[in-house]
Design a protein around this ligand. Structure first.
Ligand SMILES: [Zn+2]
Length: 425
């Protein structure tokens, strides 16, 4: 176990070093490519020179920001693993469970209190890392939140997470107690239903806790989209706007929900900064996600992945507990003090399979881009929307292939633009 762990930590460390050392791929070409697309005139007036300079500076800033974000991501993963290992091996976990058992012996309450305390401790220990993420957004002028607004949302998220965690952990430990050999099958099946219900409820139950969603108002944009919505099987009434400017300066759009709650959501920043043609392309992309059943496919992938994860926990959890019995002092798999171990196995499994999810997502995003181009026949708007997105969101249009492989759930902007340029209707 410790050998696996040091191996994973070593990989993380090496990744960080590689990212630090990597030159940004084809930077000069990228600059010229992006500017060539947005530059419509060949004039070299001082004004265009000025905006070229601005774009170049923005690009450099984006590369720097993305690099800092990636390093933070890997360091955070290493930090979480370290925390879980220390929590288990220093006996903090069993100490916590022991203290709770002095108050109540009832299994249900022991699991509930342990889960809550573990969650709060994780939140506190992870706080410096979360705060660093927040300060990074401020440093790069992407955030519209004060510290206390941000903290309020963090606490709100913790509350939502606590409810979901209580239900899930109680379910898992009930299965572990009642069916020690086949628990992972029950848990996997319930996981699928739980995910479907959560995806269905999230847009009406959870998302409104953080933002206000309003139907797209009557006007030029809405009437422009009626036609598109007929073609793509999403009602125009199901297009919402969201006050994302409350939190961020970045522009975003998404397709979310399931069944009666499925909807397209446009951030107000996107509506403010993009032209109607560009917004139309973005919406067509989101409609593509609907028509191609991407949410169902995503649920399928998550279910398979989680099922394998639960099975791996079943295979290795008991063995690890036995091997380190003297140190861990965890009774068996049904002992809630082993919860950090379940997370640890899941995280290591997640690191090993890290590229699968993003690769799957990139394929779906490419399909949605193709759909948007077919629907709108507007390459220019697609390309300018991409450039605008990269500019506003400080995306690195051309990340290193390793980073793209491991983390990118969308194809990098440069590839999306190239795809549109070369696309034949
Ligand atoms: Zn998409």
């Amino acid at each position: 176990m410790l050998r696996i762990l040091s191996f994973v930590l070593l990989i993380l460390l090496v990744s960080v070093i590689i990212i630090q050392a990597l030159p940004a791929e084809n930077q000069p070409e990228q600059t010229s490519q992006v500017s060539a697309i947005t530059d419509t005139s060949k004039e070299t007036s001082s004004q265009t020179m000025q905006s070229e300079l601005e774009k170049k500076e923005r690009l450099e800033k984006a590369i720097e920001y993305q690099k800092a974000k990636n390093i933070h991501y890997f360091v955070d993963q290493g930090y979480t693993i370290l925390f879980l290992v220390l929590f288990l091996f220093l006996g903090i976990s069993t100490y916590l469970r022991g203290r709770i058992e002095r108050i109540t012996k009832k299994r249900f309450w022991v699991v509930a209190f342990y889960t809550l305390l573990f969650l709060i401790l994780t939140f506190i220990v992870g706080f410096p890392s979360s705060y660093y993420g927040f300060s990074l957004e401020h440093k790069y002028e992407l955030s519209n939140q004060t510290f206390f607004q941000w903290l309020g949302e963090q606490l709100k998220s913790l509350f939502v997470l606590a409810i979901i965690a209580l239900i899930s952990v109680e379910g898992v430990y009930l299965a572990l107690k009642k069916a020690p050999r086949t628990w992972w099958i029950y848990v996997s099946v319930v996981f699928i239903f739980f995910t479907v219900v959560m995806v269905n409820l999230a847009p009406v139950l959870i998302m409104p806790l953080f933002n206000k969603y309003t139907p797209l108002p009557e006007g030029e944009l809405r009437s422009k989209l009626v036609n598109l919505s007929h073609k793509a099987n999403v009602k125009v009434e199901d297009i919402f706007t969201m006050d994302e400017s409350k939190q961020t300066k970045t522009a975003n759009a998404m397709f979310t929900g399931l069944g009666n709650t499925k909807r397209i959501v446009l951030g107000d920043n996107l509506i403010d900064e993009f032209t109607p043609d560009e917004i139309e392309v973005v919406i067509a992309h989101e409609m593509g996600h609907n028509l191609l059943h991407h949410i169902w496919k995503f649920i399928l992938l998550s279910s398979i992945s989680a099922g394998i994860g639960f099975f791996l926990i079943h295979l290795s959890g008991g063995k690890i507990i036995n091997k380190f019995r003297n140190r861990l002092k965890i009774e068996n798999m049904a002992d809630v003090a082993g919860l950090p171990l379940l997370f640890l196995i899941f995280i290591v499994y997640g690191i090993i399979t890290m590229p699968i999810g993003p690769a799957f997502s990139r394929v779906m995003e490419r399909q949605a881009d193709k759909f948007a181009l077919d629907m709108t026949h507007n390459k220019e708007a697609f390309i300018s929307a991409m450039n605008e997105l990269a500019y506003i969101n400080l995306s690195d249009p051309n990340p290193s292939p390793i980073i793209e492989f491991l983390l990118y759930d969308h194809p990098p902007i440069s590839k999306r633009i190239k795809f549109a340029q070369e696309y034949e209707f």
